[in-house]
Design a protein around this ligand. Structure first.
Ligand SMILES: O=C(O)CCC(=O)C(=O)O
Ligand SMILES: [Fe+2]
Length: 301
């Protein structure tokens, strides 16, 4: 049976100030209670055109933050705008039309329209739906998946030989109690890096010095997350950032992360230049797909 999507639940809510109990997060996760409201340092903004500084700036930000905003990235605003438009258009289709693209849990692939990826130990749910679509390499593109994403996604701008790219479109309907719910719960990304196109509605938060802080988007910037694979390759020098997404009372929030990951069979482990007698390997060396399996099934890495 099809999973009931949050968008359908949100559209049927009678009350403007309550949400079903399974969406009320445990108290130590609720954004209303846990978002830090004091002055906090801002996520670094890096100018890709500043060739003298860019490499050091990325290394510093990856070590201290695990996330940064990239400006002058060279991807035309029209390409990004097209991706946003087509993604939004998908979620505005009637519910039964969207269900034609529903993810099939038996297929072993994450691709498709769905809600709720990971089981929650307390049976709680996140306030959001998604559409996953492989966009690179060409052999892994499923041409039956929301065809209007074909050719419009960031793949043309980003396409590289050694990376697999998975586009996710997160759709978070307006939520009567954004203080109690989360769109995406705290996690780090399994990818090597994630390139996130934000919408104009804020909501991305990171954990920095044990506080949840809001990210103020720089208009037109791409948000770059360091993911688990870079943390592993660098033996922990560069940090996979812990982050989560909050939702909005009046507005739909959408985000467009592109997860750039090694191919499934590639061996991943700390690179020799990051390992020494004083600094032994902190991570195993194994296939990327084995790291993926452990993360998705919440097993020890
Ligand atoms: O919506 C966002 O801003 C973040 C989404 C996210 O972290 C994810 O889908 O992995
Ligand atoms: Fe994420």
């Amino acid at each position: 049976m099809a999973q009931v999507k949050v968008q359908a639940i949100a559209s049927m809510l009678q009350s403007k100030d309550t949400i079903p109990p399974e969406f009320v997060r445990m108290e130590d996760e609720q954004p209303g209670a846990t978002t830090y409201r004091g002055p906090a340092p801002a996520v670094p903004v890096i100018d890709l055109a500043d060739t003298d500084r860019v490499v050091d700036a990325i290394a510093d930000a990856s070590r201290e933050w695990g996330i940064f905003q990239l400006v002058n990235h060279g991807i035309p605003a029209a390409v990004i705008g097209e991706l946003q438009r087509v993604g939004r258009e998908f979620f505005e289709l009637p519910q039964e039309e969207k269900e034609a693209y529903a993810a099939d849990p038996r297929s072993g692939s994450i691709e498709g329209y769905g809600t709720q990826i990971q089981k929650d130990p307390n049976g709680k749910k996140a306030w959001g739906d998604y559409l996953f679509h492989n966009v690179w390499p060409p052999s892994r593109i499923n041409h039956g998946m929301w065809p209007r994403l074909e050719g419009s996604a960031l793949k043309k701008a980003l396409g590289g030989e050694e990376m697999d790219m998975l586009l996710k479109i997160n759709y978070y309907p307006p939520c009567p109690r954004p203080d109690l719910a989360l769109g995406v719960v705290a996690h780090s990304d399994l990818s090597a890096v994630t390139i996130l196109v934000p919408s104009d509605v804020p909501g991305l938060q990171i954990s920095k010095d044990d506080r949840w802080i809001d990210i103020d988007y720089v208009p037109g910037a791409l948000i770059i997350h360091i993911g688990d694979q870079i943390e592993i390759l660098s033996n922990g020098k560069y940090k996979s950032v812990l982050h989560r997404a909050t939702v909005n009372k009046e507005k739909v929030r959408i985000s467009w992360p592109v997860f750039c990951s090694p191919p499934p069979e590639m061996m991943v482990g700390p690179l020799p230049q990051f390992v020494s007698d004083q600094n032994p390997a902190k991570y195993k060396t194994k296939k990327y797909k084995d790291y993926q399996y452990c993360k998705l099934n919440k097993l020890p890495q």
